[in-house]
Design a binder for this molecule. Sequence first.
Ligand SMILES: Cc1ncc(COP(=O)(O)O)c(C=O)c1O
Length: 412
Amino acid sequence: MSSVSRSAPIAPSRSDIRAWFPTLATDFAFLENAGGSQVPGVVADAIRDYMLSRYVQLGAGYRQSIEASGVVADAHAYVETLVNATGIGKVVLGQSTTSLLHVLADAYMDTWQAGDEVIIAETNHEANAGPWVKLAKRGIVLRTWKVNPETFGCPLEALAELLNDRTKIVAFPHVSNLLGEVVDVKAITELVHRAGARVVADGVAYAPHRAIDVADWGVDWYVYSTYKVYGPHMAALYGRHDAFAGLTGPNHFFIPKESIPYKFELGSISHEGCAGILALRSYLRFLAGWEVDDRQTVVDAFAIMEELEAPMRTRLIQYLRSKPKVRLIGLADEGTKSVGTISFLHNDLPSTQIVASVDRHNIGIRYGHMYAVRLCEALGIDLAEGVVRVSMVHYNTPDEIDRLIGVLDTFL
Ligand SMILES: Cc1ncc(COP(=O)(O)O)c(C=O)c1O
């Protein structure tokens, strides 16, 4: 089936969607999805099946090893389809976004001189700050792309002023896991490229909601955590071919520099996790209503996720806006400029108390700094209390949002 000839997909019913996720069968409302999503049963089954049928080392000649090697290779190829990297770059799989970004920063350090510069957005989760900050000890100059506490954005003009001919990397989140706003990754990338530097975009908080499109955005590096995108506890780092070309990955000395992604994967990655990632194919096919595992299916499946999420996002934002003592932290756009990750503070009630009251009602949300410590400090948010964060994805229901609002409304 050709991708161009397909018509717009129609969303399956919520109950059909939820039937894919065994953990959603109870009345517990998972509204802490920015911390980690639930998985379709097929993902868990695939991991089990892999471990019970081909749990052997890769690269040998016997049947199980050939199959295992195929699973790992196919998972890499599928993530390339997921992020739209086919033909333009490669995907490294690893334990977590944090660990992949440390690998990347260390690889860059081997090519840099003291005095070279890195720009870090203040909105970053620590995963895309710490790996660069540690390079300051080795003479790298760090510059902070400051957040505007009124708009919660990092303005492009401010970035333009920070860029110079020593800038090597600009590290920023596509979406902050606390603020929920989608930044214009393409515009940032174009600006950074004009200055001769590269971008490292953290897509962790974006990836569960919309289709990643590294080809369209032109990014050099893009990373996300698969455990927040209905998959196993792993992460994926996309790099453009030319970005990889200047670097040597840290894997063993005898593994050739050209052996990408393996040169960047320290030892063995989770092979059973790869089986889990591959099993997502059937879930996305179901959502999109297509029978092929191509890019169009990915695009359509995520379009359906957004269609289901958007009204719930609007409902909660409108409710919170109606409460005079509530201050939304982040743009909290009712349209498409935000994802369903919504943070707020209350003038009188501490975040800890609000969340403890919600916990009692079989609803999972959380409070805290969300590992965006530099951002909280810049916004003057108490680190122990942090914000109250509600994070929804497509498998949540309007009823769950109404239940949460009902509980919040007894004390907000
Ligand atoms: C925006 C963002 N970046 C990075 C991370 C870190 O991901 P990992 O646990 O895979 O290191 C998180 C985790 O919550 C996150 O929300």
